[in-house]
Design a protein around this ligand. Sequence first.
Ligand SMILES: C[S@@+](CC[C@H](N)C(=O)[O-])C[C@H]1O[C@@H](n2cnc3c(N)ncnc32)[C@H](O)[C@@H]1O
Length: 336
Amino acid sequence: MPGPELCGQDRLPINPAGDYLEQFAGQLDSAAIRRERIKSSRKIRLPFWEPHRKLISSLPVLSDLNVGSRAGSVVVGSPEDLDSGGAEAVREGIELLIPWRKGPWELFGQRIESEWRSDLKWDRVAPLLGTLKNRIVADIGCGNGYYMYRLAELGPKLVLGMDPSDRFYYQFQFVQHFARSSGVHLEPFGVQHAPLYPDFFDLVLCMGVIYHRPDPIGMLKNLYRCTRPHGTLILESQAIAGEGDFALFPKERYAKARNVFFVPTANCLLNFVERAGFCDAQVYSIERVTFDEQRRTKHARFESLEDFLDPDDLDKTIEGYPAPYRVIVKATKPKK
Ligand SMILES: C[S@@+](CC[C@H](N)C(=O)[O-])C[C@H]1O[C@@H](n2cnc3c(N)ncnc32)[C@H](O)[C@@H]1O
């Protein structure tokens, strides 16, 4: 049976920041990346997303909006920048793109309350970043791009996000349509595409991805390949408490999620990182996930942390496994 008719690449929303590949043509195999971009955009070209494409193409084009962050939200524009029709279109877009898992955002004064308070993770990661002025940064598994806008405020030359999720792609395009942040780009790629950027990034962030991968060392080797010699990896992961060198491997689900494979202790995560070739790996943060950080909201109206933990013992998931922590490891790729 023939598959659904996909829209052409030319119908996808255009990143107003242009195509970064033109700027880096001498350093990257642009033809190979463009070929992969076409292959990887199959899901985002499905007819299901036609209303989203239409909505984004009908939005007003505004320039010189204020883009930044305030009290943890990524903020674009203010209410006075839009007439009532424009404000209604933004409201419609926010609704159409529900669920918003990552945020919070404030678009022209309209708040998007995401399931995750990504700003709390940002507060843990930001002190580890060092100077980003003119640096080339990857955010692998970047979700809808919340952290890319936070990173862009620190003056890098390029923030390249990679994420295969179609919904996150459209959320990013919706925000970027207005933000027009130069140097912020999203490829519909997974971590398996990272080797398309050999020795390229000064800093590689990969947060919330490793426990979703069945082959954590293979994934880290891909991150290693795209990091420049002496460049930095910041890896953030769900984790379990304990001093031992072990990872939990759930039988079927962990906190109701089927797509969770290895959930390491902090020490085990260090071992993963070092055995993939990185050096100077250190743990910088170990935090329990709280109901403030992950919760149901009006823009994410599905089950959240309170449904994933055992109501009689919050130290356990609903399956009886140890409850989730979050761990951050920073490491370096050795000089050649
Ligand atoms: C738990 S979310 C983390 C998002 C964000 N980095 C954060 O820390 O909030 C996991 C992300 O990994 C993305 N993802 C799924 N498969 C992936 C893959 N093969 N490579 C990279 N990212 C992937 C998902 O689309 C999702 O955005």
